[in-house]
Design a protein around this ligand. Structure first.
Ligand code: GLN
Length: 199
């Protein structure tokens, strides 16, 4: 089964996600309106500028529909997308979807790591992580599972239905992180189908 996975395409780095999703066994769909959410099994919120994205979400009347979508379907937020997904955002404070039990500080690595290609460990093997004015995870709730860390703080996490990366997995040559999300979407779909068949 090739799940249909949306990429929010209002602003930011959505085309590279589209390509990575296609190469990872899913059918990408660019999401620009509320109706686009109806046909997809999961969604990626890309990197870019979270304040601009928030404004555009209001223009398209998409903020509340996205929050609702996230109550039952998996969302993967990368960089600015992770900021949109978090519970709490500081530096400065701003509105967010509140779907991940995280506090994120925008541009939290400061000027020293303004932009950097780092090596992280993923499933016991090295992987590339591209940081661009990245947020830092300042607090992670008890149900958050850390998948990868960098310089002692989590950079790739899972919390229930959702995932977040503070870097840009779509800018690496490998698609291992997109493959993880595609698998997560497939597993959730399977669990849902089993549940509806047995009830
Ligand atoms: N600094 C941006 C923000 O605060 C995020 C940067 C990114 O997505 N690469 O929204």
């Amino acid at each position: 089964m090739r799940p249909k996975i949306g990429v929010l395409a209002l602003q930011g780095d959505f085309e590279a996600h589209e390509k990575a999703l296609r190469e990872s066994g899913s059918e990408p769909v660019l999401v620009r309106t509320r109706a686009d959410l109806d046909s997809i099994d999961g969604l990626i919120l890309p990197g870019g500028e979270s304040t601009t994205m928030l404004k555009l979400l209001d223009v398209e009347d998409l903020f509340e529909p996205l929050r609702k979508f996230g109550e039952t379907k998996p969302i993967f937020g990368t960089c600015a997308g992770a900021i949109l997904l978090a519970d709490n955002v500081v530096n400065p404070q701003q509105r967010s979807l509140g779907l991940l039990d995280l506090t994120l500080e925008r541009n939290g690595y400061g000027r020293q790591i303004d932009s950097r290609i780092a090596s992280i460990e993923l499933d016991g093997k090295p992987a590339e992580a591209v940081f661009i004015r990245a947020p830092i995870i300042r607090r992670a709730g008890p149900a958050v599972r850390v998948i990868a860390s960098y310089l002692g703080t989590p950079v790739l996490v899972e919390n229930g239905l959702h995932m977040a990366a503070t870097f840009h997995p779509e800018l690496s040559s490998e698609n291992r992180i997109h493959e993880l999300f595609v698998k997560k979407v497939q597993n959730i779909e399977k669990a849902y189908l089993n549940y509806t068949e047995t009830t």
